[in-house]
Design a protein around this ligand. Structure first.
Ligand code: HEC
Length: 227
């Protein structure tokens, strides 16, 4: 079902993860809540802190949507493999969930400018910054190497299926098992054989996922990767 969802997106020309299109919502709202709360304290206008509380409630709901999108991307683009930045992101997202949840609950009972609430906003802000840092780490660590135009089809297949675990043709899970220089690239049959039936934890890629024609484009692409 998840594959179907991403294939529908691919059919309309969208081959990227969906999580990055969502992250701006909780990030912006958490920053907004902090700014409003600080403005309330500095200007002694409590109604600004009431706005901060409402913004936090919205942030809490968007966090759930954004984390769900992240989970889907992780299952699809990373085959649910626990790369280090992903582990950190999950821990931070759970932490943020509790921080925002606490701010939502406490906001109903405490003064809008209570130091407890302000501390929760500050902690949420710091958590969001850390989440952004590790997100960027995944994205920019996972880029595909640049290559001439004729390899673009293969590059797309690589970006959709491989680069989460094989950033820059390397291997994020088993660093000594890089794609670059692998003997699995000796010839096309050997390469397809590996794709269809690799050694775990690399997931197999059946023809429904990568057709023989796509595998050939992918082969051309990875054959021409350079370090
Ligand atoms: C979920 C992570 C993951 C994904 C996605 C993935 N791989 Fe791998 N890949 C691995 C791991 C782990 C190994 C090492 C397996 C082992 O122990 O030999 C590996 C090994 C390889 C090797 C052999 C390296 C060697 O010489 O030992 C090649 C070639 C390769 N992958 C290509 C690909 C291609 C092409 C794709 C995309 C279609 C892909 N991989 C997708 C994790 C992944």
């Amino acid at each position: 079902m998840l594959d179907g969802f991403y294939h529908a997106l691919e059919a309309i020309g969208y081959t990227h993860p969906i999580h990055p299109t969502q992250v701006n919502m909780p990030i912006g709202l958490v920053v907004g809540a902090l700014v409003l709360a600080l403005a309330a304290v500095l200007s002694k206008k409590a109604h600004l802190a009431v706005s901060a509380r409402h913004v936090v409630i919205v942030a809490f709901f968007f966090l759930i949507v954004t984390a769900g999108a992240g989970l889907m991307d992780w299952l699809h683009f990373y085959s649910g493999v626990w790369l280090f930045p992903i582990k950190v992101k999950v821990v931070l997202a759970v932490f943020l969930f509790f921080l925002l949840g606490a701010a939502v609950l406490a906001g109903g009972r405490l003064e809008p400018t209570s130091p407890v609430l302000i501390s929760l906003y500050v902690l949420s802000f710091l958590t969001v910054v850390a989440l952004g840092y590790f997100g960027a780490n995944l994205v920019f660590g996972g880029r595909t190497p640049p290559l001439p135009q004729q390899y673009h089809a293969g590059e797309t297949v690589y970006r959709m299926n491989c680069c989460g675990c094989h950033p820059y043709g390397g291997n994020a899970i088993k660093p000594r098992k890089a794609v670059l220089g692998s003997d699995k690239l000796d010839n096309f049959p050997k390469f397809v054989g590996w794709l269809r039936d690799p050694r775990a934890p690399m997931p197999p890629f059946p023809p429904e996922r990568i057709s023989d024609a796509q595998a050939r484009q992918l082969y051309q692409y990875v054959k021409n990767l350079h370090d």
